[in-house]
Design a protein around this ligand. Structure first.
Ligand SMILES: [Zn+2]
Length: 132
């Protein structure tokens, strides 16, 4: 899948997340102590975090159409949709929303997490709306 945008570079903290994305798998950090799932950017809880496979499914919380490029690499893909997805495990994930339909998504609609594999930079998750 091609989703235009700037190249993403993984660092030591995010390497497991992006390595899994390259294999079309979503990992989320989960606390070993209390069991709480976190979004990928969270690095602390009451105990150590471990990367655990997630279902890769959720529901649409909100979405927006981006008309002004936040980075020059997005200029050729305007307008595009971005969304907040509540994953089945609980954390919210911000993703590009792929696919043209429906034109007006509805909160609560099921979303499947798929992965973009750009020619340069790390693979990353995107969201695809699924039918009811
Ligand atoms: Zn915890």
């Amino acid at each position: 899948m091609t989703v235009p945008g700037p190249a993403i570079e993984a660092d030591s903290a995010t390497a497991p997340f992006f390595a899994a994305a390259a294999r079309d798998r979503l990992l989320l950090p989960r606390c070993v102590s209390c069991g709480t799932w976190h979004p990928p950017e969270v690095a602390t809880c009451c105990g150590p975090l471990e990367w655990v496979p997630a279902a890769g499914r959720g529901v649409l919380v909100s979405w927006a159409v981006v008309h002004a490029a936040p980075h020059p690499a997005f200029a050729d893909s305007l307008p595009f949709r971005t969304a907040l997805v509540e994953l089945a495990e609980g954390p919210w994930l911000q993703v590009r929303l792929t696919g043209a339909e429906p034109a007006t998504p509805v909160a609560g609609s099921p979303v499947r997490i798929t992965f973009a594999h750009p020619a340069e930079g790390a693979s990353y998750p995107v969201g695809t709306l699924e039918g009811p």
